[in-house]
Design a protein around this ligand. Structure first.
Ligand SMILES: *Cc1c(COP(=O)(O)O)cnc(C)c1O
Length: 422
């Protein structure tokens, strides 16, 4: 099993090399040379999430040095469930927020951390991970890489520009994880990461890598819950569900397209985006124009130039194919608020602002087919937005309250990457 670059100018590699490299040498993203196919019959007796993950990921690691360790990696990474919550006989919500930082990014970050640690251990090497974060990613990465022996993590976030709870999740670590509060914007943080990667003298001293959503190791696990939910809906209703995915960098949606391409019983796939409507405009006009990002209530989806879009373009190479397979709808902040209120009143179910975009899409395009909205984060992470709307307080899940109680440590730095390596 090989992976090729979306730009087509880099050598093909095995899964492990793609995971350690992140980006291909030609600047493209790794995609499978050919999709493995898993038949539903073969999965017949698989019961637990870990077993399903192992069965599904096995062919993606064919002939790879990690393949013999895959069962351990899955058991280590996927220690929490991904249950379906049914509103009624056909509409359900896939709860992806039961991990340590209460957002779906825990699945990818934990698998990536387990895979990287194992690879570095086999090679006797160490690595420094640099992450610029505006919210959820940094917390998931910090939690997943905490106390790994071969990896140290440096997290950069823009000072006074993340929520109180988000900052807590970024700064409540010690040991191999250090958070830096940067006197600047998220773009400044990203610029620092890029500058560090380009500094050749620094590269001689530290092997650097990133853990953002373009890494294959974060994407692959996101296929598993799509499979699991689709199978459950099929068993329950006899039909293949439409998957509705709150999207930003479209990593989560890409995982679902890959699941479908490798045999998962999925019908349509629909992307809900916020006011950042780059993909919606592409579908309308046929020309792709990246934008600067706009701030919304669903801040983890505030992306003007989705990094994984290249993978979707590779899967659906011309406009007609893309338009046939991808639909996307832009949801405003007003609709997000109204939907949180409606779903609370209708079902007594609490949505986070991201998940609300998916529920609004379902409401706008009602269908006889069963559909699954991905619940990408726990609403308690966005208490200051959600509580006033539902007029009631949200119980904090235990994993979040553990993080909230930890003491924090942070280093304040100017927007210059050299300071964090001095
Ligand atoms: C990251 C994130 C998203 C967007 O996911 P992508 O894979 O970037 O499309 C949506 N909701 C939440 C809560 C997130 O953290």
């Amino acid at each position: 099993m090989y992976y090729v670059s979306t730009k087509g100018k880099a050598p093909k590699v095995r899964a492990s090399e793609a995971i350690l490299q992140g980006l291909a040498v030609d600047g493209g993203l790794y995609v499978p040379e050919q999709f493995p196919y898993t038949s539903l019959q073969n999965l017949g007796t698989t019961s637990s999430f870990v077993e399903l993950a192992y069965e599904l990921l096995y062919p993606w690691f064919d002939n790879d040095i990690l393949q013999p360790y895959l069962d351990q990696l899955c058991a280590e990474a996927f220690t929490f469930p991904a249950p379906l919550h049914w509103h009624n006989q056909k509409d359900s919500v896939l709860e992806l927020f039961h991990g340590p930082t209460a957002a779906f990014k825990d699945f990818g970050a934990r698998f990536l951390a387990a895979a990287m640690e194992r690879l570095l251990d086999l090679q006797g090497k160490t690595l420094t991970i640099l992450v610029a974060t505006s919210g959820d990613t940094g917390g998931a990465v910090a939690s997943a890489f905490y106390r790994r022996k071969h990896i140290s993590v440096k997290i950069l976030f823009p000072r006074n520009r993340v929520s109180q709870r988000q900052q807590q999740q970024l700064t409540c670590w010690d040991d191999n994880v250090q958070a830096y509060s940067v006197d600047g914007t998220f773009d400044d943080c990203q610029r620092m990461v890029k500058a560090a990667f380009m500094d050749k003298t620094l590269a001689d001293k530290h092997a650097l890598s990133s853990a953002n959503s373009i890494n294959l190791g974060r994407l692959l696990p996101q296929m598993i819950y799509a499979w699991k939910a689709a199978i459950e809906v099929l068993v329950q209703t006899g039909r293949e569900p439409t998957m509705i995915i709150p999207s930003g960098n479209v990593g989560n949606s890409c995982g679902t397209y890959w699941a479908k391409a490798s045999g998962a019983p999925i019908g349509n796939i629909k992307l809900a985006v916020n006011a950042n409507r780059t993909i919606v405009d592409y579908l309308d006009k046929g020309t792709y124009e990246k934008r600067s990002s706009i701030d919304t209530l669903a801040n983890a989806m505030d992306v003007g130039d989705p990094s994984n879009i290249e993978r979707l373009f590779h899967l659906f190479p011309d406009y007609d194919a893309f338009k046939h397979a991808v639909s996307a709808v832009s949801i405003s902040d007003e609709e997000i608020k109204a939907t949180i209120k409606r779903v609370w009143e209708q079902y007594r179910y609490i949505l986070c602002p991201h998940t609300a975009t998916g529920e609004r899409l379902r409401e706008l395009y009602p269908s006889e087919e069963p559909s699954v909205v991905y619940a990408t984060a726990h609403p308690a992470k966005f208490d200051s937005i959600v509580e006033p709307i539902i007029g009631s307080s949200i119980a904090i899940p235990p994993q979040l309250s553990d993080l909230i109680e930890k003491t924090t440590s942070v280093v304040e730095v100017p927007p210059d990457y050299r300071v964090i390596f001095s």
